[in-house]
Design a binder for this molecule. Structure first.
Ligand code: GLA
Length: 730
């Protein structure tokens, strides 16, 4: 964790130490990180606790802070510890708010009081070491500031330097403290299968709101992300916003709490529910990273910072992750009825439209005729592919596309050779039911043998076949999360060890097959977080591919995550989801706001459909760099409106793309004037439609000022209508 070149601060006396964007006021033990437009300050208070001091607008470099002073007792019911804005606090003394660390020692002691020991600073990094007042339990807090966005990454490393094991019953990555304020409003997402990414907001009031997953993995019901803005400044692009995202794909929790003095704090890490990590003598436990940021440009500005941070700092190959190719996926066309000939026929049609990647989905392996059998048996099905995958892969390559394949490595059907051989490999409690979901059980990836088996067959698959892309699926969550083969006191380590092994397999595969790209999918968007995004190039947003529903889903998604990873397929109409009829052009425009794919049954398409698809795919290739890397402005959100409009401005400012959707015309009203954002006032931009029309009288080119302040009128009338435009700087 610690890098050489760090400067040890403890014990030194002096004024200000500058290391890059980090400043340590040594005498007062105050630490400061600056990045982007943000300053973050914390210090050691008069009781040797680490106390938050400031998080917000970047302050003048010359600003000096005095040593922080611990909160004052409110009454005998609320002592100082519980009203102090801690950076990271152990459960001990009179702490009643969410702790960062709760430990049980073998002798029954459960009191933990952490005090500052020392610190090290380097460019954009601070590491602070704390220790219990009596026992050899150390915690190192790591801070890394992103110089460009001001997004701060924090994690904690707990070290058991005692001579006995200790049980970690709760361990957070960090606590974020907001300035004192009473008008805060929390934004978060809820969802379920086929209905992910539903944006919610609620006031932050006395008490606690917990966003969480208890499901073993990330889940769609909440996502480990939050934004908090101020109710009085309700604008997409103006007003203060504090936000955070947790880099963990296991059960997780983020607690947003207003304490008795109305201080607001946000604590996040692995879920404390059913948690109990056995940390042996001499071992260290590193928490996930919790990323936090601040914007003065509303929820729009906050999500733009997050997008940029994800592209530049998180995704594989950052800061230049590869642009997503246009893919075709055969799932909705063939479901389990895959055959070499059928896939080849689809591949030919896909290639004719300009698709760059052909992906075979479920059904190619084992005895996978339906979802009752086959998971676990990762050999190519001989009836469907008598000569293996090679003829299909060769055909796909011959058509100028690369080849991708679907897998679901952590799952097993009871009707599989693997289950017949290793019934003990699944999560289970001895003698208890094994509850199935989609006729499958969850393999216990925490086990070394399961980890090794999984890595081995995946490695073999990628070694023996020219595969460019893996869609890694995960179609249920945990039940009976037992690990009978482990020592009783270590069985709950499954919550952590499973996820660490999952990451390890992804990491090993990427190392061994650096050209292979991976998608994270969980029956849709159930496994999207900044933990898995370090290893996966894209994510599946939702199984709901209804292009109108997708406007809402994509709106919620992009609050937290970049459109660069947001896979969006064009599928058939009427949609299986809602039986809604949507034009092909509308479906394309909806999907083109993310990473474009096609998932329709091309066998049923007519010539004019192919002509439309070819045109739209060609247009997408001209704008995708902007869509996937640019700054996204939500001009009209679909929720609560008959319209929705997004605009994305390229990083270099040379292009902007506008997508406009009309849900339903009412009472002969025209489409509202669209006023663009993020352009250069004085530069001239030429307007070109991708689809649809601007109103008569709209200039062919105009200044950024004109497009932003006068705006443009779009000709849209009817139900489920769509248009899109490109603006090119002249
Ligand atoms: C999940 C995925 C789908 C598809 C099926 C295959 O539902 O989200 O895209 O891959 O599994 O069984």
């Amino acid at each position: 964790m610690m890098k050489s070149g760090l400067r040890v601060v403890a014990g030194l006396v002096g004024a200000l130490v500058f290391v890059g964007a980090v400043r340590a006021q040594e005498a007062a033990k105050v630490f400061r990180l600056d990045g982007g437009d943000v300053t973050y300050v914390f210090g050691v208070n008069d009781h040797k606790e680490l106390q938050a001091m400031y998080w917000g607008h970047r302050l003048p470099a010359s600003q000096v802070f005095a040593q922080p002073v611990r909160g004052r007792e409110v009454a005998s019911f609320d002592g100082p510890v519980t009203v102090t804005p801690h950076e990271f606090i152990g459960w001990g003394g009179v702490l009643y708010v969410e702790p960062d660390l709760k430990v049980t020692f073998p002798d029954g002691n459960r009191d933990l009081v952490l005090e500052y020991v020392s610190s090290e600073v380097a460019a954009n990094e601070i590491h602070v070491r704390m220790k219990d007042i009596e026992r050899a339990v150390f915690v190192t807090l790591n801070y890394r500031m992103d110089a460009a966005t001001g997004v701060l990454a924090r994690d904690a490393v707990v070290e058991n330097a005692t001579k006995t094991p200790i049980k970690l019953e709760q361990v957070a990555a960090a606590t974020w403290n907001l300035p004192r304020g009473e008008d805060y409003r929390l934004h978060y997402v809820t969802g379920r299968w086929a209905g992910e990414w539903s944006l919610k907001e609620q006031p932050v009031q006395g008490g606690k709101t917990v966003l969480e997953s208890r499901r073993g993995t990330t889940g769609a019901q909440n996502n480990p992300w939050f934004m908090i803005d101020r109710a009085g400044e309700n604008d997409q692009d103006a007003g203060e916003v504090w936000f955070g995202a947790l880099g963990w794909s296991g059960s997780w929790q983020i607690a947003v709490e207003q304490n008795v003095v109305k201080d607001v704090r946000v604590t996040g890490g692995p879920n404390a529910f059913d948690f109990g990590y056995q940390l042996k003598a001499g071992e260290k436990f590193e928490t996930p990273w919790f990323y936090g940021g601040y914007s003065e440009h509303g929820v729009g500005g906050a999500s733009r910072l997050l997008h940029r941070f994800e592209v530049d700092n998180i995704l594989p190959n950052h800061p230049t992750p590869k642009i997503r190719p246009v893919l075709y996926n055969s799932w909705e066309a063939t479901t389990f009825d895959v055959t070499a000939e059928g896939q080849m026929a689809l591949a030919e049609k896909a290639a004719s439209m300009g698709v760059e990647r052909f992906v075979i989905d479920d059904g190619w392996f084992g005895q996978r005729k339906n979802d009752h059998a086959g998971l676990g048996d990762w050999y190519v099905n001989k009836q469907k592919f008598p000569n293996g995958l090679k003829p299909l892969i060769d055909k796909v390559h011959g058509l100028g596309m690369d080849f991708g394949i679907w897998v679901e490595p952590e799952m097993i059907n009871l009707d599989s050779d693997l289950y017949r051989k290793h019934p003990d490999w699944v999560l289970n409690f001895t003698g208890r039911p094994r509850t199935e979901g989609r006729n499958q059980l969850v393999l216990n990836l925490a086990r070394k043998d399961v980890h090794d088996y999984t890595l081995e067959w995946l490695d073999k698959l990628l070694t023996e076949n020219k595969i460019a892309f893996v869609k890694w699926d995960y179609n249920r969550q945990w039940a009976e999360p037992g690990w009978p083969a482990a020592a009783v006191e270590e069985q709950k380590n499954v919550y952590v060890d499973f996820i660490r092994n999952y990451y390890d397999i992804l990491e090993q595969l990427r190392k061994r097959h650096p050209e292979v790209e991976i998608e994270s999918c969980s029956g849709g968007g159930g496994r999207v977080d900044l933990g898995v995004m370090r290893y996966t190039d894209e994510v599946w947003t939702s199984d709901n591919t209804d292009a109108y529903d997708r406007l809402f889903i994509q709106d919620g998604f992009t609050y937290a995550y970049t459109p660069a990873v947001m896979m969006a397929w064009v599928t058939d109409s009427p949609t299986w989801v809602n039986k809604r009829t949507l034009s092909l052009e509308y479906r394309f425009l909806s999907s083109m706001q993310g990473s474009l794919g096609v998932g329709a049954n091309l066998k049923d398409w007519k010539d004019e459909d192919f002509a439309t698809a070819k045109k739209m795919i060609a247009s997408y290739k001209e704008i995708r760099e902007t869509v996937q890397r640019g700054a996204l402005y939500r001009l009209i959100s679909p929720t609560g409106h008959e319209q929705s409009v997004t605009e994305t401005v390229a990083r270099d400012g040379k292009q902007a793309v506008v997508f406009a959707f009309l849900h339903s015309s009412t009472e002969n009203y025209p489409f509202p004037t669209v006023r663009l954002r993020g352009l250069d006032e004085n530069a001239v931009y030429a307007l070109k439609p991708i689809a649809g029309k601007a109103a008569a009288g709209t200039p062919a080119s105009a200044t950024g000022g004109y497009w932003m302040h006068h705006g443009m009128d779009v000709m849209l009338k009817g139900d489920f209508q769509a248009a899109a435009f490109v603006l090119t700087r002249e």
